[in-house]
Design a binder for this molecule. Structure first.
Ligand SMILES: [Fe+2]
Length: 312
């Protein structure tokens, strides 16, 4: 195989596996051809490590990135989430149109939808001059550490579950927030009955509440945010809002009792201590296993441009 194993300063080791695995060019630099030649090996590697960083291959355009994605031969998946993405070329979108100074908190991509991607590709067209890292972490580590630090909390979760209330944007929101879509934009209808029907078809919510400000709340659960995916127990549903500022999420136990703040604090601490903040270099391609790893965006500055593609 033509790949050479690389090492980045940010990497960490979990259960003997480096995270992310970094691959560099060997005697050839044609990433598209190399992926075609080593597709199965790369797929196995992704399963073992949870994320692979391809660095130094000279990928320089959205079209090149699309060819790299296609070389893996995984099916494309349309994006349906509540943030705004702009299509750049076939299969390729901007990662998020929200202002770069906002944090996007850790999550599994589209984890509140019935159908969610198994893999997500990121590509750095332009790095942030400062900050703007994409952060990743293995989700099973969160489960292991929460069980260690907050065993009673995790036990109660498995007994009574969580209720999660997620809010959409209001009519007055200017679109400069991470959760930028109203329910009308998200569900592509302005009829509440039709919107609820579509929500129940596509989203894992149990009910929808509509509010006078034009927002809606999707109510999920009671359900356990921990689930088994790809042979591991991962923290699949969000405990935190998608940003640090917005009250876009409310959580309580399934029996109606409040979620203890110390559990939220323990969860945040685990994310901070266990994550890898990947400093982008122009041309980097990062492949993340969405079944095993969460991702986040650190605040950055223009002209940061990260493109994404999601696969079934
Ligand atoms: Fe995401």
């Amino acid at each position: 195989m033509g790949f050479v194993e690389g090492k980045i300063v940010e990497e960490k080791v979990f259960g003997g596996k480096v995270f992310p695995k970094t691959l560099l060019p060997g005697n050839t630099c044609d990433l598209i051809e190399m992926v075609r030649g080593d597709r199965q090996w790369l797929s196995d590697l992704l399963q073992q490590h949870g994320a692979i960083l391809f660095r130094g291959f000279g990928i320089s355009s959205a079209e090149d990135f699309a060819h790299v994605v296609e070389a893996f031969e995984w099916d494309d998946m349309p994006y349906m989430g509540a943030t705004t993405r702009v299509k750049v070329t076939d299969r390729i979108y901007t990662a998020n149109e929200a202002p770069l100074d906002q944090l996007i908190n850790f999550h599994h991509e589209m984890s509140m939808f019935k159908e969610f991607p198994s893999k997500i590709f990121f590509f750095c067209l332009e790095p942030s001059p400062e900050g703007g890292e994409t952060s990743i972490l293995p989700s099973h580590i969160i489960v292991e550490k929460m069980e260690e630090i907050m065993p009673d909390f995790v036990a109660k979760l498995s007994q009574v579950g969580f209720i999660i209330r997620l809010s959409t944007a209001t009519d007055a929101d200017s679109g400069d927030k991470v959760i930028s879509k109203t329910w009308k934009e998200l569900l592509k209808t302005d009829n509440q009955m039709e919107a609820e029907k579509r929500a129940l078809e596509k989203i894992t919510c149990n009910s929808v509440e509509f509010h006078a400000d034009g927002s809606a709340e999707f109510i999920f659960g009671p359900m356990d945010p921990i689930r088994e995916l790809g042979g591991r127990r991962v923290w699949f549903k969000p405990m935190l809002g998608y940003t640090s500022n917005e009250r876009d999420i409310q959580i309580s136990f399934g029996d109606g009792s409040p979620c203890p703040p110390e559990a939220i604090e323990a969860y945040k601490k685990i994310l901070d201590e266990s994550c890898v903040d990947l400093s982008w270099q122009k041309g980097d391609v990062l492949l993340v296993d969405n079944l095993s790893s969460q991702h986040a965006r650190r605040p950055g500055k223009p002209p940061r441009v990260i493109l994404v593609s999601v696969c079934k």
